[in-house]
Design a protein around this ligand. Structure first.
Ligand SMILES: CC(C)(COP(=O)(O)OP(=O)(O)OC[C@H]1O[C@@H](n2cnc3c(N)ncnc32)[C@H](O)[C@@H]1OP(=O)(O)O)[C@@H](O)C(=O)NCCC(=O)NCCS
Length: 151
């Protein structure tokens, strides 16, 4: 398995994975246009030239970034791919010297194992919510906010 920055030819694989889990209500859907615009924020896991996992890093503020669009192909879950992707995102966050990395998620155990701790959503800065306007669960968000200090 190879973890690397996404390139444009990965966009179909990225779109397919996000769409798959968006239908199950586990991820926020993204358009091709959004993927193109944010391609540089994605890392991908590749096996036999196939994109089997994805994750992106969004900068929200001077000292706050967010893990977004984390997904592993259902045929490959439980093999350490999700962990490797988030570890790469943590490294990128550290490289650009942002200390706080957040995730809004249902995967509490998964993120706990990577060093994230639960925090009160009400304590998060306004900027955190700028994309929530696009979410069908806007007024009934049941995700858990998890935060890690990367250095
Ligand atoms: C969540 C997800 C990315 C995990 O990816 P994965 O490749 O299966 O995870 P890993 O194999 O790297 O697991 C890392 C650790 O977390 C644990 N873990 C993973 N998913 C878990 C779950 N649902 N419940 C409890 N523990 C879990 C693993 O057992 C493993 O523990 P270990 O290090 O002690 O062995 C994957 O299940 C997925 O794509 N889910 C659907 C989309 C989604 O929910 N994305 C998250 C949005 S924030």
């Amino acid at each position: 398995m190879l973890i690397r920055k996404a390139v444009m030819s990965d966009s179909e694989g990225i779109y397919k994975l996000i769409s798959h889990y968006a239908k199950e209500g586990k991820l926020l859907a993204r358009t091709y246009s959004s993927i193109y615009e944010n391609l540089q924020s994605f890392v991908v896991a590749v096996i036999n030239n196939e994109v089997v996992g994805i994750c992106s890093l969004t900068i929200l503020d001077r000292n706050l970034a967010e893990v977004r669009s984390l997904a592993v192909n259902p045929a490959y879950v439980g093999k350490g791919i999700g962990k490797a992707l988030v570890q790469q995102i943590i490294k990128e966050t550290e490289d650009i010297q942002i200390n706080k990395l957040i995730s809004l998620t249902y995967q509490i155990t998964f993120f706990s194992k990577l060093g994230f701790n639960q925090v009160d959503k009400n304590e998060l800065p306004q900027k955190m919510w700028k994309d929530c306007i696009n979410c069908p669960k806007l007024h009934s968000c049941d995700e858990t906010a998890m935060l890690m200090n990367v250095f």
